[in-house]
Design a protein around this ligand. Structure first.
Ligand code: SF4
Length: 370
């Protein structure tokens, strides 16, 4: 049995096991790992008919259920903005942390972390898709609808997914996190085609708006450790939030980057200003009454999401790109879901469209992994 180790300190107190999840290999692995620990296991009937089941609204209860939909799907970008062509490997939803701005609060009616239990049985469906197009570069990520590593010591995604991806020359897998839960990565022999990336923000935003996450120093110490162990790393300055002293605040984050990591083993750094679906505002006011993220003025973008005014976004991107550029000129900087015009105003060049951005990121893959 693999012990939980440091995982005991994470805030999952119980496992809610849906009856249909019982038979899967992943469920057996997870239950084996919590055996003898303080984590309680409760068997429940599925809640799809809307019945309220105690614990299902809690961040400390992990819900295990099979997933009937597609495991691999394109990131839900929008034609109105330039998107990166990322593919989501859909392994679960939510996470045990609680960022005030988390868009998942509006996407899913319950905040509980959920892990899909039938993924190992269905990985061959993903393999068929990847292997059918050997000339295409698949950039996969698991961090769109959950944190990729927060539950990895318990679930063990990395142990199976890393060799699965490393053996395929047309695929990379990005683990995106706000934690220091890298023990599963480090215990694997696979390094090729694996990107470990951290979402970063200013020290004040991390402290006030990212409840339950690892601090900046811990994230960057983990990044340094991963680089030392031969991993390629990435970073996401997202969501960039206009707050008091934001220039100095983000400069401090970039100074820490410089202190902890080597720029030549960074595959990319994305930047994205805060954006949210309109219904998220009232959820934030209710769930995070002290949060300041939705204070100020926003406009509705072409995709229906609320954003800062275009000149403010361009100003922030240009400022951060300038500061990062003093550190290194070769960071694979890109903007997440912005227009051609904002690219030009902020970075002085544009990939023109989503195909152009995909090609640019594919080149970064070729440069770092060959
Ligand atoms: S870490 Fe990501 S998934 Fe988890 S609460 Fe924060 S934004 Fe949401």
């Amino acid at each position: 049995m693999v012990g939980l180790g440091k995982y005991e300190k994470l805030p999952v107190k119980e496992i809610l096991l849906e009856e249909n999840a019982e038979l899967s290999a992943l469920t057996a692995e997870i239950l084996n790992r919590v055996k003898g620990s303080s984590v309680k296991v409760r068997r429940i009937k599925e809640d799809r008919e809307g019945r309220r089941v105690k614990g299902l609204d809690s961040k400390t209860s992990l819900y295990l259920t099979p997933f009937p939909g597609a495991l691999l799907k394109p990131c839900p970008g929008t034609k109105a903005y330039i998107c990166c062509g990322y593919q989501i490997l859909h392994l679960g939803t939510n996470c045990p942390m609680d960022c005030a701005y988390c868009i998942l609060q509006a996407y899913f009616d319950r905040p509980r972390p959920t892990v899909f239990t039938n993924i190992w049985e269905r990985l061959r469906e993903v393999a068929q898709i990847l292997d059918a197009q050997p000339a295409r570069v698949f950039r996969l990520g698991t961090g769109e609808f959950m944190d990729s590593l927060a539950l990895d010591p318990l679930v063990g995604w990395s142990r199976t997914l890393m060799p699965f991806v490393s053996s395929r020359k047309n695929t990379i897998l990005e683990f995106k996190t706000k934690t220091d839960r890298i023990e599963g990565l480090l215990s694997s022999d696979s390094r090729d085609r694996i990107v470990v990336s951290w979402s970063l923000n200013s020290p004040d935003i991390v402290a006030s708006e990212e409840r339950g996450t690892s601090g900046l120093r811990k994230r960057l110490e983990s990044a340094r450790r991963c680089q030392e162990e031969g991993f390629v790393v990435g970073f996401h300055l997202d969501p960039i939030i206009r707050h008091e002293d934001w220039r100095d605040q983000y400069a401090r984050t970039i100074e820490m980057l410089d202190k902890f990591v080597r720029p030549d083993r960074i595959i990319w750094i994305s930047m994205g200003c805060l954006r949210y679906v309109p219904q998220l505002k009232s959820i934030i006011r209710k769930r995070h009454p002290k949060s300041g993220v939705v204070d100020g003025e926003f406009i509705r973008g072409l995709d229906g999401k609320m954003r800062y005014f275009r000149p403010l976004r361009a100003e922030m991107y240009a400022h951060l790109a300038g500061t990062l550029g003093e550190w290194s000129k070769d960071l694979g900087l890109y903007l997440c879901m912005e227009s051609h015009e904002v690219w030009l105003e902020s970075l002085g060049w544009s990939p023109m469209d989503s195909a152009g951005l995909s090609a640019y990121l594919d080149e970064r893959v070729a440069k770092l992994f060959g």
